[in-house]
Write a protein that binds this ligand. Structure first.
Ligand code: ZN
Length: 144
């Protein structure tokens, strides 16, 4: 495993729409492990592939049980009820911005084995997922 350099704003790759992953290849699996290591070393709560220079639809979220891997994540439903919290981003050092996000979301994604799964997320967990999915669409907190 290796720690990857984190791309910082204003790199243009952070503003691109990322492409879907067609197959969970050994290269993707290696990338997932490297991203886990990178997120841990940077003390991040989430990391999206564009942040390490790969414009593919992959992100990981830090949880108590270890990194949650989301491949081609789709937010299939989001609550109209929102709240506002301050967020930071490993790609936007020194920026702490209040962002309005849905309180409850439904998510569908593939896991690291390429299996489809879906779940509901609330509160801080839902916020982190929305932040990472924004990255896959080329959106940063400073654009909010
Ligand atoms: Zn971020």
């Amino acid at each position: 495993m290796s720690i990857l350099p984190i791309i910082k704003e204003p790199a243009s790759s952070l503003r691109q729409e990322s492409q879907p992953i067609l197959a969970v290849t050994p290269d993707i699996k290696r990338l997932i492990l490297d991203m886990g290591q990178t997120m841990k070393s940077a003390k991040g709560v989430g990391l999206a592939a564009p942040q390490i220079g790969q414009n593919i639809r992959l992100c990981i979220i830090s949880t108590e049980k270890g990194p949650l891997v989301l491949i081609n994540p789709k937010i299939t439903w989001k609550s109209l009820r929102k709240d506002v919290e301050e967020e930071g981003c490993l790609s936007c050092p020194n920026a702490y911005i209040k962002v309005k996000r849905s309180k409850l979301i439904h998510v569908k994604a593939l896991n690291e084995k390429g299996q489809i799964f879906s779940f509901k997320a609330t509160g801080y967990f839902a916020r982190v997922i929305q932040h990472e999915v924004d990255h896959l669409n080329g959106i940063l907190i400073i654009d909010k």
